[in-house]
Structures are given as C-alpha cells and as structure tokens.
Unconditional design. Structure first.
Length: 605
C-alpha cells in the first residue's frame, strides 16, 4: 500500500521525475518523459505494480530527510539500533539517456541493507524479460519498446522479475546503484558513474538556484518552490507540466482522479510569471518558443493543454488493472479536458506576454502576430459559454471568471500596443474591454448578497472570482471586491481553507466531494492583503506554507477533515501561489498581484 502523499519527495532531471517515499521506496517513475508509461506504479497500487526499495533490512527507529542545499538531490537518514544508513537519491541532468542514481552510505555503526527492485512497464501491466548482462555485473529488463539497464554496486541475487539483495555496510562504506532507461532496439548506453553524477547534479542545481533574485524572509520555502517549478519544466521544449503524477485523488476513495502530466496553458503561464519575478528569463524565452510551436495553426484550434512537446492528442483512458491510490478508482491516463473550451486562457496568455516584455524579454514579431490572431478569435467568442478554469464536465455556462479573463486579454493587448508601440486594432480592443467589463458587472454580480457569482444568473460562488482585484478588473477598495471576499469566506472558507466551489451544488458532471483547493487559499491571502487585512493575510499564508511536507512540497488540495494532502503531487499551481503570495507579503519584489492591479482597474461600472 502506498504512503500518504506528503510522505513522498521529488527527484527529477527536468524531463521526467520520480517520487521517493519516506520508507526508501521509489513508487512512481515514468520513462523517458513525464507523460510516458510508468515503470514503477506502486503509488497507484502496491509493490507488485513496480517499485525500487533501498532501506535498512531491519527495524528503523527514526527517519530524517532533506534536500541538499538548493538542489533536487535527496538525502534520507535511517536510524537503526546498530547504525545509520543514508540513501542519496537523484536523477542526473540528462545526457544520452535518463538515469536514476541511488547511493547507500553507512554514516555510523553497521547496517544491514535491503534492496528490492520490481520493474513493471506500461503502468504495472507488462512483465519484462530480465537477464544478466554479459559482464555479469548488471541486469537488463526488456519488454516491447522499453529497456532498463540496472548496475548494482555489488553482486545481487536475482530471480525472474524481482531483484532482491541484502548486504551489510560499515561506517564509511558507500555503494552506488544506477538504473538507466533506453529504447529496446538501441544498444545499451554506457552507465554513468553514480558517485560523480550525484556531485555533478548537486552542482548543477546549486548553480541554477544562485540565479534567483528573491531574497525575502520566506527564502527557504520560496527557493524550494522555485526548484520544484523548474523540475516540472520539460527542458527539451520549454513546456511546463502541471504535476508529475496521474490520478492521485481529490478525495480519498473518490473518482475525481485526473492525469496532470501535461502542459496546461494556464498553469504554464502562471508558473512563468513566478519564475520571471525571481529573475529566470531563460525559462520565459523557452516557454514562449514552446507556446509558439504548440499553438501554431488556426487560432480556433488552440487547446487549453498539450503534451510536453506540444502534442495535441491526449486521449483519456482508464487503466482497469490498477486499483488506484488507496482504492481511488478509476486510474486515468490522458485528459479529455484537452478538448474543452476555456476562455480564461486567453487572458492568462496575454498577461504573461506583457509581463515577459516588461521583464526585459526581447521582442518577438512572431509572438505579437500570434497574439493578434488569438485576439481576433477572442473577439468572436468571448461572449459564448465555456467550461472554465475548473474544467467542469456538466455543460458550458457563462462563467464570471472566464469573462473577467477575457477582459484581461483585451486590456493587456491594449497596453502592449501602447507601451511597446505595436500595431493592432487598439480602438476595437478598448471598446471590447469596456463592453466585457460592463457585462460582467451587470450580469455576474448578485446585488442582493453583494458578491460576484460563479456564472451569470446563478447564486453559487466561485473562488476564482478572487482574481478580480488581483488582475486589476476592479480596484481593491471597490465595495464589490470586499463583498465577494466576505461572501467566499462565509460560504467557501471551510476549516481555514478555501474550496473552489460547492461541489454539491454546482453541476460539474461528477459526484460531489473534494479537498480544499490550495491555490484558491493563496488567492484569498493576496486579496486580504490588498484589502488592508494584512494580519489575516499573513496568518493564512503561514498556515498554508505550514502544510508543506518535511521537504517543502505541496499537493493540489488538502483535506482538513483527514489532515492530509490530496490531489496530484507536487502541484505547480500550488507552488506558484506560494511564491506569489510570499513575494507580496515579503515586499522582496513586486509580485504579480500588486503589479497586475496597477495595470488595470480604471473602469468602474
């Protein structure tokens, strides 16, 4: 049975990632990319679906772990009655092939170590053919297109599909193990030197972290979030995935289980904004290039998500051989939401393009031509119903947040043209900006309760309307902003956290029930700060930041009733919220909320 979600740590090579449990078991790894089939799938089942355990063979009295300073190299110390075993886990920044390196090191006394390697390709479904290599020092597992070469640090006993070994280490001993994936039709690549590769990986991450411009009082957790966001970037293309996992449930035992191993345009743009404010312009340039390639073609065909290299076909399937995390079925791969119509992505895109230019990213004529084409399409469709930011499967509606973000798109288009002297139909964009603003204020606001609602004519609330002051649609001193914040705190603020919406009331096409959505809780903290309620804002931020596990990672949601994380993990959207709110509160740099609010908000209706 898998561990609690918060008991996992992340390692990765900026092309894929693995989850390492507090018990020393790697229970999730997709190779060679984030969205490839997994060879370790115990996270969504049990050890028979594939895992790699490296831990003491006997009882463990205490376990401690940490990342090496400003890196994604994980160190776990297992304290036993006889000694201390340290396991160092990393994925070297990729050269020829993806490598997973584990080092077993005895730092005190004497420890008996157990190694258990169970490989199952295609999400635990395919049993590979395992054989010893010609030199007798390693193993190769092959099935279909996949092959894995395992180089143990000392001889192991293997039987069929499971490699099991127990060996003793004394203080000062260290043994590296290297697992390398490669296409089965190609020759085996030369394995990396595990010890040297670990040091090189440490140095690479530390160099990357040194580029950060953030130096506020929440430095440690902000740096960890930035490293996590970088780890979720697909280096070959610049695409940014939402999370490295699929089907971790939004409610334990529920059916809201989705595949997040793809690049949501919305999530990627928000991640980009957090990285830009920390000074990472190279990532911004790579993301812009990825976007131009991904959405190339007819604007009506732009999707709300793509594969890491810009793939469009993300067919949703259910894997019936996996029981799901703690029985939360179905397990899904692919995502049918890729075919949804979500108006808000145009606003996030235009906001990100403007921010990138303001942060000094060089002008790109192709990027501006793309923006004009997208705006031309938005002019035709902004007043249509859509599925919205929460990807509801209960039918399209006129969602208030979607219309607000359409306003953002027209507003940022005007500002880009004005500030950077770019050619475009600015007068038409101004007219549409005013028209959208007026419609939202007239049709999306409940005057009786003094709050914006989820959709035109509805009474249900939506935490996404917290974005209204953050994007500058209305200034924070507008009574409608305060009314919306108060209404959300009355109706969606449960046990100190914010729900996206009432899943029992809203028709989203699924059974009700999910955890509190952490990004929305960070938005509330931002709004409280903008309303001058700084003490409440800081208290909420500290509570949210305190949910991070022992190595600083956060999932998509939190279940306050169970006191545990739920949803895919770690989640880019959540870490973006943490970074932006910390920057707002710290005053270390001008974070997105304050910056955006001054760019808009001049219209009052």
């Amino acid at each position: 049975m898998p561990l609690r979600i918060e008991d996992y740590a992340l390692i990765g090579d900026t092309q894929t990632a693995a989850l390492v449990g507090l018990d020393g078991s790697i229970d999730w790894l997709c190779l060679p990319r984030f969205d490839s089939p997994a060879c370790f799938s115990a996270l969504l089942g049990d050890e028979s679906h594939g895992r790699w355990l490296l831990a003491p063979a006997g009882a463990v009295r205490r376990t401690e772990r940490r990342y090496r300073q400003d890196t994604l190299v994980l160190e776990t110390d297992f304290h036993t009655d006889s000694g201390v075993l340290q396991v160092v886990d990393s994925m070297p920044i990729r050269g020829v092939a993806p490598d997973l390196v584990r080092i077993a090191r005895c730092t005190a006394g004497r420890v008996m170590v157990r190694l258990e390697l169970i490989l199952r390709f295609d999400f635990g479904h395919v049993v590979p053919w395992v054989r010893r290599t010609d030199d007798g020092g390693g193993l190769t597992a092959t099935a279909g297109p996949d092959a894995v070469h395992f180089v143990p640090g000392r001889p192991t006993r293997g039987k069929d599909l499971t490699t099991v070994a127990e060996f003793e280490l004394e203080a000062g001993d260290e043994v590296p193990f290297v697992l390398t994936w490669y296409p089965s039709h190609e020759p085996e690549p030369d394995p990396v030197d595990g010890l040297a590769a670990t040091e090189d990986t440490t140095h690479w991450w530390q160099q990357w972290s040194e580029r950060s411009l953030y130096d506020g009082p929440h430095g440690e957790i902000v740096r960890r979030s930035l490293i996590t966001l970088k780890a979720l970037t697909y280096a070959p293309t610049g695409g940014i995935i939402a999370a490295p996992t699929t089907s971790l449930p939004e409610a334990i035992g529920g059916v809201r289980n989705w595949d997040y191993r793809f690049c949501w345009v919305r999530d990627a743009t928000l991640t980009l904004q957090a990285l830009l404010h920390a000074g990472y312009t190279e990532e911004a340039a790579a993301w812009r290039a990825w976007l131009l390639r991904a959405v190339a073609g007819s604007p009506p065909e732009m999707q709300i998500m793509y594969g890491p290299a810009g793939e469009r076909r993300l067919t949703e399937l259910e894997l019936d051989w996996l029981p799901g995390y703690e029985g939360s079925a179905p397990v899904r791969i692919g995502n049918a939401a890729s075919g949804q119509f979500q108006i808000d992505v145009y606003g996030e895109l235009m906001d990100s393009f403007l921010l990138a230019r303001e942060e000094g990213l060089a002008a790109d004529n192709d990027a501006w031509r793309l923006q004009i084409a997208l705006m031309r399409y938005l002019e035709e469709v902004w007043d249509e119903p859509d599925e919205g930011i929460w990807e509801m499967r209960g039918g399209r509606r006129h969602l208030v947040h979607s219309k607000v973000m359409a306003w953002v798109a027209f507003d940022r288009a005007v500002r880009m043209a004005e500030h950077f002297e770019l050619e475009g139909p600015v007068d038409r964009w101004r007219e549409l900006r005013t028209r959208v603003h007026h419609e939202v204020c007239e049709r999306g606001f409940d005057r009786e309760r003094g709050t914006f609602t989820q959709s035109y004519g509805s009474r249900g609330l939506d935490a996404a309307t917290l974005m209204i002051p953050l994007v500058g649609f209305l200034p924070p001193d507008d009574e409608r902003v305060a009314g919306t914040v108060d209404a959300i705190m009355r109706e969606l603020y449960v046990d100190g956290f914010v729900l996206r919406y009432d899943s029992g009331e809203a028709d989203d096409g699924l059974p009700p029930g999910e955890g509190a959505f952490l990004p929305c809780s960070f938005w509330l903290a931002d709004c409280l700060a903008m309303l001058g309620r700084e003490e409440e804002s800081r208290a909420l931020f500290e509570r949210l930041a305190g949910l991070a596990n022992d190595v600083g990672l956060l999932a998509e949601e939190y279940d306050p009733r169970l006191g545990r994380m739920v949803g895919n993990f770690p989640q880019a959207f959540t870490h973006v919220g943490l970074v932006n709110t910390a920057m707002n509160l710290d005053g270390a740099t001008e974070a997105p909320a304050g910056r955006r609010a001054r760019r808009g908000g001049e219209e009052r209706h």
